[in-house]
Write a new protein. Structure first.
Length: 285
Protein backbone atom coordinates (compact mmCIF):
# COMPACT_ATOMS: atom_id res chain seq x y z
CA UNK A 1 0.00 0.00 0.00
CA UNK A 2 1.54 3.28 -1.02
CA UNK A 3 1.70 6.41 1.06
CA UNK A 4 -1.45 8.53 0.93
CA UNK A 5 -0.75 12.22 0.42
CA UNK A 6 -3.01 15.20 0.69
CA UNK A 7 -5.34 15.57 -2.28
CA UNK A 8 -6.55 18.69 -4.00
CA UNK A 9 -9.82 20.36 -3.09
CA UNK A 10 -13.03 19.27 -4.77
CA UNK A 11 -14.12 20.57 -8.17
CA UNK A 12 -16.90 22.59 -6.61
CA UNK A 13 -14.56 24.29 -4.16
CA UNK A 14 -12.10 25.10 -6.95
CA UNK A 15 -14.85 26.68 -9.05
CA UNK A 16 -16.02 28.91 -6.24
CA UNK A 17 -12.63 29.86 -4.74
CA UNK A 18 -9.83 29.21 -7.21
CA UNK A 19 -7.20 30.83 -4.99
CA UNK A 20 -8.02 28.74 -1.88
CA UNK A 21 -6.78 25.19 -1.34
CA UNK A 22 -7.73 22.70 1.30
CA UNK A 23 -5.21 22.37 4.11
CA UNK A 24 -6.88 19.33 5.66
CA UNK A 25 -5.24 15.95 5.39
CA UNK A 26 -6.89 13.08 3.58
CA UNK A 27 -7.82 11.23 6.76
CA UNK A 28 -9.07 14.41 8.43
CA UNK A 29 -11.54 14.85 5.58
CA UNK A 30 -12.62 11.23 5.99
CA UNK A 31 -13.19 11.66 9.71
CA UNK A 32 -15.20 14.84 9.17
CA UNK A 33 -17.60 12.97 6.92
CA UNK A 34 -18.42 13.18 3.19
CA UNK A 35 -19.29 16.50 1.53
CA UNK A 36 -21.47 16.25 -1.58
CA UNK A 37 -21.02 19.42 -3.62
CA UNK A 38 -21.41 18.29 -7.23
CA UNK A 39 -24.96 18.11 -8.53
CA UNK A 40 -24.16 15.32 -10.99
CA UNK A 41 -23.35 12.86 -8.19
CA UNK A 42 -26.13 10.33 -7.77
CA UNK A 43 -27.65 9.71 -4.34
CA UNK A 44 -26.60 6.06 -4.51
CA UNK A 45 -22.91 6.88 -4.98
CA UNK A 46 -20.60 5.15 -2.49
CA UNK A 47 -19.07 7.31 0.20
CA UNK A 48 -17.60 6.69 3.61
CA UNK A 49 -20.69 6.03 5.72
CA UNK A 50 -21.51 7.86 8.92
CA UNK A 51 -21.58 4.44 10.58
CA UNK A 52 -17.99 3.80 9.50
CA UNK A 53 -16.83 7.16 10.83
CA UNK A 54 -18.64 6.51 14.11
CA UNK A 55 -16.99 3.09 14.43
CA UNK A 56 -13.59 4.63 13.87
CA UNK A 57 -14.19 6.99 16.78
CA UNK A 58 -15.66 4.43 19.17
CA UNK A 59 -13.65 1.26 18.47
CA UNK A 60 -10.27 0.68 20.07
CA UNK A 61 -7.11 -0.86 18.62
CA UNK A 62 -7.70 -4.16 20.42
CA UNK A 63 -11.02 -4.51 18.55
CA UNK A 64 -9.37 -4.82 15.13
CA UNK A 65 -5.80 -6.04 15.82
CA UNK A 66 -4.88 -9.58 14.90
CA UNK A 67 -3.74 -11.65 17.91
CA UNK A 68 -0.10 -12.37 18.65
CA UNK A 69 -0.44 -16.03 17.63
CA UNK A 70 -1.37 -15.00 14.07
CA UNK A 71 1.41 -12.44 13.54
CA UNK A 72 3.80 -13.38 10.73
CA UNK A 73 7.22 -11.97 11.56
CA UNK A 74 10.88 -12.45 10.70
CA UNK A 75 14.02 -12.67 12.79
CA UNK A 76 16.85 -10.20 12.34
CA UNK A 77 19.16 -13.23 12.04
CA UNK A 78 17.40 -14.71 9.00
CA UNK A 79 19.37 -15.00 5.80
CA UNK A 80 18.08 -13.50 2.57
CA UNK A 81 16.70 -16.69 1.02
CA UNK A 82 14.66 -17.60 4.09
CA UNK A 83 13.32 -14.05 4.33
CA UNK A 84 12.20 -14.09 0.70
CA UNK A 85 10.44 -17.37 1.37
CA UNK A 86 8.61 -15.84 4.35
CA UNK A 87 7.32 -12.98 2.22
CA UNK A 88 6.27 -15.40 -0.52
CA UNK A 89 4.42 -17.73 1.84
CA UNK A 90 2.67 -15.00 3.81
CA UNK A 91 1.57 -12.86 0.86
CA UNK A 92 2.21 -9.69 2.91
CA UNK A 93 4.24 -6.71 1.73
CA UNK A 94 5.33 -5.68 5.24
CA UNK A 95 6.57 -7.91 8.05
CA UNK A 96 7.75 -6.98 11.57
CA UNK A 97 11.36 -7.75 12.45
CA UNK A 98 12.42 -8.91 15.92
CA UNK A 99 15.58 -9.74 17.83
CA UNK A 100 15.38 -12.85 20.02
CA UNK A 101 11.60 -12.65 20.57
CA UNK A 102 8.61 -10.77 19.14
CA UNK A 103 8.54 -8.68 22.33
CA UNK A 104 11.80 -7.14 21.14
CA UNK A 105 10.57 -5.91 17.76
CA UNK A 106 12.97 -3.47 16.12
CA UNK A 107 10.82 -2.40 13.18
CA UNK A 108 9.46 -3.77 9.92
CA UNK A 109 10.71 -4.62 6.45
CA UNK A 110 8.91 -3.55 3.30
CA UNK A 111 9.13 -6.04 0.45
CA UNK A 112 9.84 -3.16 -1.94
CA UNK A 113 12.95 -2.16 0.01
CA UNK A 114 14.16 -5.75 0.11
CA UNK A 115 13.61 -6.23 -3.61
CA UNK A 116 15.25 -2.96 -4.70
CA UNK A 117 18.36 -3.44 -2.59
CA UNK A 118 18.98 -7.19 -2.65
CA UNK A 119 16.94 -8.84 -5.42
CA UNK A 120 16.57 -6.66 -8.54
CA UNK A 121 20.20 -5.58 -8.38
CA UNK A 122 21.42 -9.10 -7.79
CA UNK A 123 22.07 -10.63 -4.40
CA UNK A 124 24.63 -8.66 -2.43
CA UNK A 125 27.61 -10.47 -1.00
CA UNK A 126 26.79 -8.97 2.40
CA UNK A 127 23.22 -8.82 3.64
CA UNK A 128 22.55 -6.38 6.47
CA UNK A 129 18.90 -6.41 7.46
CA UNK A 130 19.25 -3.32 9.65
CA UNK A 131 19.83 -1.17 6.56
CA UNK A 132 16.26 -1.68 5.34
CA UNK A 133 14.36 -1.82 8.65
CA UNK A 134 11.67 0.84 8.97
CA UNK A 135 10.14 2.01 12.28
CA UNK A 136 6.76 0.80 13.53
CA UNK A 137 4.37 2.29 16.05
CA UNK A 138 3.88 0.82 19.51
CA UNK A 139 0.41 1.57 20.85
CA UNK A 140 -1.75 0.53 23.81
CA UNK A 141 -4.81 -1.65 23.15
CA UNK A 142 -7.10 1.10 24.45
CA UNK A 143 -6.12 3.68 21.82
CA UNK A 144 -9.14 4.82 19.71
CA UNK A 145 -8.89 3.94 16.02
CA UNK A 146 -9.24 7.52 14.82
CA UNK A 147 -6.28 8.53 16.98
CA UNK A 148 -4.16 5.69 15.60
CA UNK A 149 -5.15 6.55 12.03
CA UNK A 150 -4.03 10.15 12.43
CA UNK A 151 -0.84 9.00 14.16
CA UNK A 152 -0.07 6.66 11.26
CA UNK A 153 -0.55 9.53 8.84
CA UNK A 154 1.71 11.82 10.86
CA UNK A 155 4.44 9.19 11.29
CA UNK A 156 4.06 7.91 7.71
CA UNK A 157 3.92 4.28 8.76
CA UNK A 158 1.28 1.65 8.07
CA UNK A 159 1.92 -0.79 10.90
CA UNK A 160 1.40 -0.68 14.65
CA UNK A 161 2.17 -3.27 17.29
CA UNK A 162 -0.19 -3.50 20.25
CA UNK A 163 1.71 -3.76 23.54
CA UNK A 164 0.51 -4.56 27.04
CA UNK A 165 1.43 -2.77 30.27
CA UNK A 166 4.65 -4.81 30.53
CA UNK A 167 5.79 -4.02 26.98
CA UNK A 168 4.92 -7.43 25.56
CA UNK A 169 3.43 -7.61 22.07
CA UNK A 170 -0.25 -8.61 22.10
CA UNK A 171 -1.25 -7.97 18.50
CA UNK A 172 -0.74 -6.09 15.26
CA UNK A 173 -2.84 -3.56 13.35
CA UNK A 174 -2.30 -2.12 9.88
CA UNK A 175 -3.70 0.92 8.17
CA UNK A 176 -5.82 -1.40 6.04
CA UNK A 177 -7.52 -2.74 9.18
CA UNK A 178 -8.49 0.81 10.10
CA UNK A 179 -9.65 1.92 6.67
CA UNK A 180 -11.83 -1.19 6.40
CA UNK A 181 -13.82 0.14 9.36
CA UNK A 182 -14.68 3.12 7.15
CA UNK A 183 -15.36 1.54 3.77
CA UNK A 184 -15.85 -2.16 4.48
CA UNK A 185 -13.72 -5.14 3.56
CA UNK A 186 -10.92 -4.41 1.08
CA UNK A 187 -10.01 -7.34 -1.15
CA UNK A 188 -7.03 -7.42 -3.48
CA UNK A 189 -5.64 -9.87 -6.01
CA UNK A 190 -4.00 -11.90 -3.24
CA UNK A 191 -7.16 -12.41 -1.18
CA UNK A 192 -8.94 -15.75 -1.52
CA UNK A 193 -12.15 -17.32 -0.27
CA UNK A 194 -10.13 -18.81 2.59
CA UNK A 195 -10.36 -15.40 4.24
CA UNK A 196 -14.13 -15.82 4.71
CA UNK A 197 -15.17 -16.60 8.27
CA UNK A 198 -16.97 -19.72 7.06
CA UNK A 199 -18.09 -21.33 3.84
CA UNK A 200 -20.91 -23.84 3.38
CA UNK A 201 -19.33 -26.43 1.08
CA UNK A 202 -22.36 -28.73 1.09
CA UNK A 203 -25.80 -28.39 2.70
CA UNK A 204 -25.21 -28.46 6.46
CA UNK A 205 -21.40 -28.75 6.17
CA UNK A 206 -19.27 -25.69 6.98
CA UNK A 207 -15.58 -24.89 6.79
CA UNK A 208 -14.90 -22.38 9.58
CA UNK A 209 -11.91 -20.22 10.35
CA UNK A 210 -10.92 -20.45 14.00
CA UNK A 211 -11.58 -16.72 14.45
CA UNK A 212 -15.13 -16.95 13.08
CA UNK A 213 -17.60 -15.19 15.37
CA UNK A 214 -19.39 -17.69 17.59
CA UNK A 215 -22.54 -15.57 17.85
CA UNK A 216 -22.78 -15.06 14.09
CA UNK A 217 -22.26 -18.74 13.36
CA UNK A 218 -24.88 -19.68 15.97
CA UNK A 219 -27.36 -17.57 13.98
CA UNK A 220 -26.54 -19.59 10.86
CA UNK A 221 -27.11 -22.92 12.63
CA UNK A 222 -30.05 -21.61 14.65
CA UNK A 223 -28.76 -23.11 17.92
CA UNK A 224 -26.86 -22.01 21.01
CA UNK A 225 -23.49 -23.73 20.91
CA UNK A 226 -22.16 -22.05 24.07
CA UNK A 227 -25.08 -22.93 26.34
CA UNK A 228 -23.22 -25.86 27.93
CA UNK A 229 -20.15 -23.80 28.85
CA UNK A 230 -19.68 -21.59 31.89
CA UNK A 231 -17.39 -19.12 30.18
CA UNK A 232 -19.27 -16.08 28.86
CA UNK A 233 -16.08 -14.67 27.29
CA UNK A 234 -16.02 -17.15 24.39
CA UNK A 235 -16.22 -15.16 21.16
CA UNK A 236 -14.84 -17.45 18.44
CA UNK A 237 -15.36 -20.97 17.14
CA UNK A 238 -11.77 -21.83 17.99
CA UNK A 239 -12.34 -20.60 21.54
CA UNK A 240 -15.42 -22.80 21.84
CA UNK A 241 -13.54 -25.93 20.79
CA UNK A 242 -10.70 -25.08 23.16
CA UNK A 243 -13.15 -24.71 26.06
CA UNK A 244 -14.76 -28.08 25.27
CA UNK A 245 -11.46 -29.97 25.10
CA UNK A 246 -9.38 -27.92 27.54
CA UNK A 247 -6.44 -28.11 25.11
CA UNK A 248 -5.47 -27.48 21.50
CA UNK A 249 -6.72 -30.48 19.49
CA UNK A 250 -4.55 -31.99 16.77
CA UNK A 251 -5.30 -32.06 13.07
CA UNK A 252 -7.85 -34.71 12.14
CA UNK A 253 -9.35 -34.92 15.62
CA UNK A 254 -13.15 -34.84 15.85
CA UNK A 255 -14.82 -33.18 18.84
CA UNK A 256 -18.46 -33.98 19.49
CA UNK A 257 -20.79 -31.24 20.71
CA UNK A 258 -23.91 -31.99 22.82
CA UNK A 259 -26.05 -30.21 20.21
CA UNK A 260 -25.42 -33.04 17.74
CA UNK A 261 -22.73 -31.27 15.72
CA UNK A 262 -19.16 -32.47 15.24
CA UNK A 263 -16.11 -30.24 14.96
CA UNK A 264 -13.34 -31.77 12.83
CA UNK A 265 -9.97 -30.04 13.13
CA UNK A 266 -8.63 -29.34 9.64
CA UNK A 267 -5.64 -27.14 10.48
CA UNK A 268 -3.87 -26.55 13.80
CA UNK A 269 -0.46 -26.01 15.27
CA UNK A 270 0.76 -26.68 18.82
CA UNK A 271 -0.44 -23.23 19.92
CA UNK A 272 -3.79 -22.69 18.22
CA UNK A 273 -6.59 -24.01 16.03
CA UNK A 274 -6.64 -22.59 12.50
CA UNK A 275 -9.56 -24.16 10.65
CA UNK A 276 -12.33 -26.66 11.39
CA UNK A 277 -15.17 -28.47 9.63
CA UNK A 278 -18.60 -28.31 11.28
CA UNK A 279 -21.32 -30.79 10.37
CA UNK A 280 -24.34 -32.55 11.86
CA UNK A 281 -23.35 -35.85 13.44
CA UNK A 282 -25.02 -38.81 11.68
CA UNK A 283 -27.63 -40.41 13.89
CA UNK A 284 -27.01 -43.99 14.86
CA UNK A 285 -29.58 -46.45 13.62
Amino acid sequence: MGDINEGSSTAAQSAQSPKKTSKSGFFRRLLSGPKIAHKSIKPNSHFVSDTGVSKLKTLRVEDVAIPRADIVCISSEMDLDVMIEEFRDSGYSRLPVFEDTLDNTIGMIHLKDLALKHIFNGKSKTFNIIEIVRPVLFVPPSMPLDVLLQKMQAERTHMALVVDEYGGVDGLATIEDLVEQLVGNISDEHDTDDAAAWVETKPGIYICQSRASLKEFEKVLGIDLASDTDDEEIETMGGLVFMITGRVPVRGEVISHPSGYDFEIMEADPRSIKKLRVYKRPQKK
